[in-house]
Design a protein around this ligand. Structure first.
Ligand code: FAD
Length: 407
C-alpha cells in the first residue's frame, strides 16, 4: 500500500513556479506539499535571470535585503552587436521598481532562497526525490496525485493540485489537457566559455550575417547561447568540432582563443525550443501554471518571470477560498487563466515575431545587412530602449503580492 498524505494544496514540481507558489501559500497558513523529482536544486542550466519584477516582489514580501545577500551579477543595460554595429537595446535603470536591474543568479540559489523562507512556516513541506507519476480521480474530479519517492510510492490527496512540472508536464498529459503548439524555427545550443581580463563587460547579443549568439557575463565565464535552425544539430556535429569552433569564432572573434575549452559535444547542451499553451489551464481539481501551462522560448529570457508571476496570481486568487476551506471550483481556476492568458500571449507573440521575423537566420542573411528596423529605431531614439527593458524586466500586467502573512 502506498503511503498517504493529505494537504490543502499539492504542487507537482519545485521550479520557479512551484517554489514561489508553495512559499506564498504556506506564508498565508495554507498547508502545502511540493513534490520535486530531483534530490536538490542543482541541475542543468535553465536560465539564471532574476527579473526586476521579481526583485519588486521580494520587496513587497519584505525579503529584498535578505535576497540581495545572495551573490549575483547585475545587468543595467542589454547591448547587441549587429554585424559589428553596437546598439544598446534595453535600459533597465528607469523601471519603477525597488531594484531596476536584471539579476543573474544561479537558479538553484533562487530556489534555495525560496525553500529557506518557505520552511519557516510549518505549513510548508517539500519532498525531494518525489517523481509525480499520475493523477488520482474520484467522481470526475482530480483529488490527488501518485508519486514515487525514495521511501516508496506515495499518494497525496489535496483540495487542489497545481501542476508546475514544466514544459514536459506529466500531469497535463495525464489530465488530457489540450496543448496548442506554435511552430518554432530555432533550437539553442548552450555552453560556457571562460571570461578573460580584456573581454567586453556587457551582457549582450551578437548578430553576424544571420548567425546569432547571446553572451551572459557571469564574471568568471560567459554563458553562451547559440541559435541554430531547428533540427540542425546532428548536421553541425557531423561537420566536426573544428568547423563549429570556426563558426563561433566568426560570430564572436574575441572568443576564438578559448574554443578548445569545448572539449566534446558533451560540453554543449541542446535546447529544443518549444512555444505552446494549454487551451484550458485546468480541469476539476487541477490547475497548470508556468511552463506546464505555456512553454516559453528562451528568446528574451522571460520564462522564469512568467512562471513567478503565474505563481503570485495563483496565490492571490486561491488563498481566500483555500483558507476558508471552500471548494476550489473550475470558476475559480478560470480566474487564474483569465488573469494570466493575456500577459502570456503578448510575450509568446513577441517571441514568435522575433524568431520568425527578425531572427530567422536565413532571412537575416539574405535581407538584413543593416540592423532590423526596431534596432535602428532604438539606436536613433535611445528613450525607446526602455520598452524592451519593460517587456523583459516587468512584463505585461505585473502581479503584486496580495496574500497576507499568517503570524
Ligand atoms: C536551457 C534553458 C535556458 C533558459 N534560459 C532562460 C533565461 O535565461 N531566463 C528565463 O526567464 N527563462 C529561461 N528559460 C526558461 C525557464 O527555465 C522556464 O520558463 C522556467 O524555468 C519555467 O518555470 P517552471 O517552474 O514553470 O518550470 P521548470 O523550471 O521547468 O520547473 C519544473 C520543475 O518540475 C520538476 N519536475 C518535472 N517533472 C516532474 C515530476 N513528474 N515530478 C516531480 N517534479 C517534476 C522539474 O525537476 C523542475 O524542478 C530557459 C530554459 C532552458 C531549458
Amino acid at each position: 500500500m502506498p503511503n498517504q498524505l493529505n494537504t490543502q494544496c499539492c504542487i507537482a514540481g519545485g521550479g520557479p513556479a512551484g517554489m514561489m507558489l508553495g512559499f506564498l501559500l504556506a506564508r498565508t497558513g495554507i498547508e502545502v506539499v511540493v513534490l520535486e523529482k530531483h534530490a536538490d536544486f542543482f541541475r542543468d542550466f535553465r536560465g539564471d535571470t532574476i527579473h526586476p519584477s521579481t526583485f519588486q516582489l521580494m520587496h513587497e514580501l519584505g525579503l529584498l535585503d535578505d535576497f540581495l545577500k545572495v551573490p549575483r551579477q547585475e545587468v543595467k543595460h542589454l547591448e547587441v552587436v549587429f554585424n559589428g554595429e553596437s546598439i544598446q537595446l534595453a535600459d533597465f535603470t528607469h523601471l519603477k521598481v525597488a531594484k531596476p536591474v536584471l539579476g543573474l543568479m544561479p537558479q538553484w540559489d533562487f530556489l534555495k532562497f525560496l525553500q529557506t523562507h518557505a520552511e519557516k512556516y510549518h505549513t510548508f513541506k517539500l519532498i525531494l526525490e518525489a517523481e509525480v507519476t499520475d493523477i488520482i480521480k474520484e467522481k470526475k474530479r482530480i483529488t490527488g496525485i501518485t508519486a514515487n519517492t525514495k521511501d516508496g510510492p506515495i499518494n497525496v490527496y489535496a483540495d487542489i493540485v497545481v501542476a508546475t512540472d514544466g514544459r514536459g508536464s506529466v500531469l497535463r498529459k495525464k489530465a488530457g489537457l489540450k496543448v496548442i503548439a506554435s511552430g518554432v524555427p530555432i533550437d539553442v545550443l548552450w555552453f560556457r566559455l571562460s571570461r578573460q581580463q580584456d573581454d567586453p563587460a556587457q551582457t549582450f547579443g551578437r548578430f553576424d550575417h544571420g548567425r546569432i549568439m547571446v553572451l551572459l557575463n557571469r564574471d568568471e565565464y560567459w554563458q553562451c547561447a547559440y541559435l541554430i535552425d531547428k533540427g540542425n544539430y546532428p548536421q553541425i556535429q557531423q561537420k566536426g568540432m573544428p568547423a563549429f569552433y570556426k563558426e563561433l569564432s566568426e560570430v564572436s572573434p574575441f572568443l576564438a582563443n578559448r574554443m578548445h575549452e569545448l572539449k566534446s559535444w558533451d560540453d554543449i547542451k541542446l535546447l529544443s525550443v518549444d512555444i505552446d499553451h494549454l487551451e484550458t489551464w485546468y480541469t476539476g481539481g487541477l490547475l497548470c501554471i508556468g511552463d506546464a501551462a505555456h512553454a516559453m522560448s528562451p528568446i528574451g529570457g522571460v520564462g522564469i518571470n512568467l512562471a513567478v508571476q503565474d505563481a503570485v496570481a495563483t496565490a492571490n486568487i486561491l488563498y481566500e477560498p483555500l483558507s476558508r476551506r471552500k471548494s476550489i471550483t473550475t470558476d475559480i481556476l478560470q480566474k487564474v487563466q483569465d488573469r494570466r492568458t493575456f500577459p502570456t500571449k503578448v510575450i509568446q507573440n513577441i517571441q514568435i515575431f522575433i524568431q520568425e521575423g527578425i531572427m530567422s537566420r536565413r532571412s537575416l542573411a539574405a535581407k538584413h545587412e543593416k540592423p532590423p528596423l526596431p534596432f535602428r529605431l532604438i539606436k536613433a531614439i535611445p528613450l525607446l530602449s526602455r520598452i524592451p527593458a519593460w517587456i523583459v524586466g516587468i512584463g505585461v500586467r505585473p502581479e503584486h503580492v496580495k496574500t497576507p502573512e499568517k503570524k
